[in-house]
Design a binder for this molecule. Structure first.
Ligand SMILES: NC(=O)c1ccc[n+]([C@@H]2O[C@H](COP(=O)([O-])OP(=O)(O)OC[C@H]3O[C@@H](n4cnc5c(N)ncnc54)[C@H](O)[C@@H]3O)[C@@H](O)[C@H]2O)c1
Length: 450
């Protein structure tokens, strides 16, 4: 049997989680044929790992401008998109038209026009697009899906989801490209796409209308100065500024080999500064957002995201017509340090201790009970490992009992909540998702979308 050929575009911190398993655990049935990025230095780091620790071999490294040459020369079956969010649509569309399937990191893309371009390219080519929604694959979140699908609390009528990003992980988005809406679509798209996808998938529902508020109240120069934190604004970045050493937001890009080789070494060739001051001018995304979503089938979601919390995690409650589920997930804090999956560990920060996750069911007129969930370890609550198996394993089932595979339409159903949220904040009005991108008008359930 010939091996499945993969090419990667975007060799930053995240791609390690997919490339390492491909060339180690799953190398017998899969092949990495090329990598592509803006930064030759970052690709050199990957090629060093491939030829060194991973016991593979260096692969052709194409600059971003030569992406089409890469596809022509290396003939991948699948292009895996791991570049910054604003570039996803371009690579997805070009890969589809070149006859490849695509796996893309979330978010599918960042705005409605780019989303329409992806859906059109998929329609025109009939190729497969998968979105790497790793959140779905964490066993405790799959357990919630199982409880809801099997009707343990009857029909769910409303959901509350509160997500907390802390001053470690959350702050990190404000150091880099995510802090510009043109690159990330704001965190309502970049980050919340995970959360909106979970709710869509848990409820098996399609979002229809959004009303949102969002403000920048903590990060950025003005907020720091107004709070009396002016001294924290005095340097443009953290590495190389000794006066920043005691700043709680300090990040040292010389702290580790991955940081040095991926980001320090790549500054000159890509202009990407990974450790900018979180209290600088120019940040144009909100750090506090709340919204309401109405689904086609009538359910309502109340959602909030705060990005400067002392703790990290989420609290979700489901109100059904036969009871209620409360789901808490406080599994500690970590920021992406571009490490290999085996080196993943939580960051030790005051107040961020991991309490674990628990699911409690409150049936009407009966005693409540905790639902046992097997202990998990590894990146993203053990999700990455299971997701990688679904991408690469020769014996991975083609269908999944919990419908965890997400295609382009389900990817769109999630980002459109965030995109509509951004639009609603601008207009101070509710926004209908169908007015942005029309997804199968007859469909009632998420599982009817690809
Ligand atoms: N699901 C998850 O848990 C998870 C976690 C982290 C990141 N991600 C996603 O992975 C993707 C990459 O994030 P990251 O953390 O690795 O970011 P990163 O900043 O470490 O790397 C981004 C990479 O994109 C490259 N890039 C920028 N513009 C490009 C272009 N025009 N063409 C080609 N390459 C370009 C950069 O040079 C860099 O190597 C993002 O889409 C992000 O949303 C997902």
């Amino acid at each position: 049997m010939s091996k499945k050929r993969f090419a990667f575009v975007g060799t930053g911190g995240r791609a390690i989680s997919f490339i390492e398993p491909l060339v180690t655990t799953y190398r017998d049935t899969n092949e990495l044929v090329a990598i592509c990025d803006l930064s030759p230095a970052r690709m050199a780091y990957y090629n060093g790992m491939l030829a060194g620790e991973w016991g593979y071999h260096a692969v052709p490294a194409y600059p971003a401008a030569k992406f089409d040459d890469m596809i022509r020369n290396e003939k991948p079956d699948t292009v895996f998109v791991c570049s910054i969010d604003s570039t996803h649509h371009d690579y997805i569309v070009r890969a589809l038209h070149a006859g490849c399937d695509v796996i893309t990191e979330k978010p599918l893309t960042i705005d409605a026009a780019k989303c329409r371009a992806i859906l059109e390219a998929q329609r025109a080519t009939g190729r497969r697009v998968r979105v790497a929604f790793n959140y779905r694959w964490a066993p405790f979140r799959t357990k919630v899906k199982e409880l809801i699908t099997t009707g343990v609390i009857g029909q769910v009528r409303s959901v509350n989801l509160e997500y907390l990003l802390d001053t470690n992980h959350g702050a990190d988005y404000f150091r880099r490209w995510h802090s510009h809406a043109a690159d990330s679509g704001t965190l309502l798209v970049h980050k919340s796409t995970h959360h909106f996808d979970l709710v869509n998938w848990w409820l098996d529902a399609i979002p229809a209308q959004v009303f949102a508020y969002g403000d920048l109240v903590f990060y950025g120069r003005k907020n720091a100065e107004a709070r009396g934190d002016g001294p924290l604004t005095k340097y443009p970045r953290y590495t190389g500024y000794p006066e920043a050493k005691n700043d709680p937001f300090y990040l040292d890009l010389d702290e580790s080999e991955p940081f040095r080789k991926l980001y320090r070494a790549g500054e000159a060739d890509s202009g990407y500064i990974r450790d900018q001051n979180v209290f600088r001018d120019g940040i144009d995304i909100p750090d506090q957002m709340s919204l309401n979503v109405r689904y086609r089938t009538g359910e309502v979601l109340t959602y909030s995201l705060v990005c400067f919390s002392p703790r990290e995690g989420m609290r979700v409650t489901f109100n059904g017509d036969r009871g209620r589920i409360e789901y808490h997930e406080f599994i500690g804090t970590h920021m992406n340090r571009a490490v290999r999956p085996k080196d993943f560990k939580l960051d030790e920060k005051p107040g961020a201790e991991a309490e674990g996750e628990w699911i409690k069911v409150f049936p009407h007129f009966k005693n409540s009970y905790l639902v046992p969930v097997p202990a998990q370890s590894g990146a993203h609550g053990g999700a990455d490992e299971i997701l990688n198996r679904s991408f690469y394993a020769a014996d991975a089932p083609a269908t999944d009992p919990w419908h965890r595979f997400a295609g382009h339409e389900q990817g769109a159903a999630s980002i459109l909540v965030g995109i509509a949220g951004v639009e609603s904040i601008k207009r101070n009005q509710p926004v209908n998702l169908d007015d942005l991108v029309a997804l199968s008008p007859q469909a009632r359930k998420l599982s009817e979308l690809v």
